[in-house]
Design a protein around this ligand. Structure first.
Ligand code: KG4
Length: 455
């Protein structure tokens, strides 16, 4: 990918909001607060990337400034947060997605490597800060593509090592859920979250920081993958990824025109499956002789109408599957934690207005409140990583600064398959996940082990 084409996208995502006045920002800069690091108290745990060091004197919450780095899939993202958003930079690999019809790990890794330094620098520049002003560096260590995660982790370790900063390894899906707490200060644990992205669907009950019960997960393709493939087969413009293209085209179509069947109706659980719906869509496209080689912009009006009907019918059923799972998950979650008041919906697909509107009806029926971060914080971003870093740092969960110069044979702690929580026992179904291979214990089990060790 041409470096220039990537760089010119660096500023495409505007700073969402800058609640601090310039004066406050300057004050922050002039008086950076670093954690008072008492090294002898660090006690790294074998299971965890976190050193649980609650006794360490930490700066007041308001004074933390954390750099967040995200490279788990196809977006190179960095942001600086102090509990407010000081900067946000995303360099997307949309042109690679178009060229390869999906994420090609090796190409994605190269693209990340080309831009990571500039993305991080731009995030610091936008925040008007330098590395020396930071309190810590947070980075996604999983789940995701190892080749891609490695680029971010390498950069984070280099930055933290050079400036003697603590490091926080972040779970990508936890970050999607927790970013809602940055936006909605009223959002307290316990709450529910539906995380819908390109790689995974997850329904969780968040009982506390790092404490999650997994109510449902994808047993094959995630909803974002189904949006992307449908868009590709319909010959839509994939430059903004498939989801937004389907959302737009679906507005022109008749959502009742094709009766796709709702996935997993017979399974009374909260798991998700989109592989079958994808096949139904592909067959519908083939039977209507739609040629994806002809871009939608060149299609006849009848052809366009036919594509719009498929987009709308697909979207209706894809979202009905979410609604049905959420209804059941709310029932389960309220049995475990009757005080739940919120359902957070986050991840790339949560940017979709139709998805939001339908899920809003589901939560209202159950007297809950829907919390959706703004679209720029639903798709992969560095803010969610920085914020999750702040949340864990406040609890004393972080690693000591890495050495300024890393040894050549250092093995990075990358967790491409890393469950967030433990499965809800009563929710186990016979439809077993195809993605059973677990490389790491869940984040929740790691946190629980570390808490037990503390007592
Ligand atoms: O969370 P995300 O940015 O990346 C990961 O997969 O981790 O999600 C990307 C997914 C893509 O599949 C994209 O098509 C989908 O989110 N997406 C949408 C919309 N915007 C992004 N899907 C439906 N409607 C949208 N407006």
């Amino acid at each position: 990918m041409a470096l220039s084409s990537t760089l010119c996208r660096l500023n495409l995502i505007p700073r969402p909001w800058l609640p601090y006045t310039v004066t406050t920002l300057r004050a922050l800069k002039l008086k950076p607060h670093k954690p008072q690091l008492l090294r002898p108290m660090w006690a790294p745990l074998t299971l965890s990337s976190f050193s649980v060091s609650a006794q360490i004197h930490r700066p007041q919450d308001d004074n933390l400034i954390v750099l967040g780095i995200e490279t788990g899939c196809d977006d190179t993202a960095a942001a600086v947060s102090s509990g407010e958003i000081l900067s946000q930079v995303v360099s997307s690999q949309a042109d690679l997605l178009v060229r390869y019809g999906g994420v090609a790990p090796k190409m994605a890794e190269e693209a990340h490597s080309q831009v990571i330094d500039q993305v991080v620098q731009e995030a610091l520049n936008q925040a008007n800060l330098s590395e020396a002003d930071l309190s810590a560096v947070a980075v996604t260590i999983g789940p995701g593509l190892s080749l891609c995660l490695r680029v971010g982790v390498q950069k984070a370790r280099k930055t933290a090592g050079s400036f003697n900063l603590p490091l926080i390894g972040v779970h990508h899906m936890e970050a999607h859920a927790l970013v809602a707490r940055l936006m909605e200060r009223e959002l307290q644990f316990p709450f529910m979250a539906l995380l819908i992205s390109g790689g995974q669907n997850l329904l969780i009950l968040a009982q506390g920081l790092g404490q999650y019960i997994q109510l449902g997960t994808s047993i094959d393709d995630a909803i974002g993958e189904a949006y992307d493939k449908t868009a590709k087969w319909l010959g839509l413009d994939m430059r903004r990824s498939g989801g937004p293209a389907i959302e737009e085209l679906a507005r022109e179509g008749d959502a009742e025109s094709i009766k796709f069947s709702i996935p997993m109706k017979q399974h009374k659980d909260c798991n998700f499956s989109y592989a079958g719906l994808k096949t139904q869509v592909r067959l519908a496209i083939e039977s209507r002789n739609i040629n994806a080689e002809i871009p939608i912009s060149c299609a006849s009006s009848q052809d366009r109408r036919s594509r719009a009907d498929i987009a709308a019918s697909f979207q209706r059923v894809a979202v009905l599957h979410l609604e049905e799972r959420c209804e059941r998950a709310i029932e389960w979650a309220l049995k475990i934690e009757p005080s739940i008041k919120h359902l957070v919906v986050s991840g790339g697909v949560a940017s979709n207005q139709y998805v939001r509107a339908r899920l809003d009806q589901v939560v209202k029926k159950n007297s809950l409140q829907l919390v959706c971060p703004p679209p720029s914080l639903c798709t992969d971003n560095g803010v969610m990583v920085a914020w999750t870093g702040i949340e864990h740092f406040r609890m004393g969960r972080f690693d000591p600064p890495p050495p300024a110069v890393e040894s050549e044979d250092f093995v990075y702690d990358l967790r491409p398959r890393w469950p967030l929580g433990e499965e809800y026992a009563e929710g186990r179904s016979e439809a077993r996940s195809l993605r059973k291979a677990r490389i790491h214990p869940s984040l929740t089990s790691i946190i629980q082990a570390s808490l037990q060790q503390q007592h």
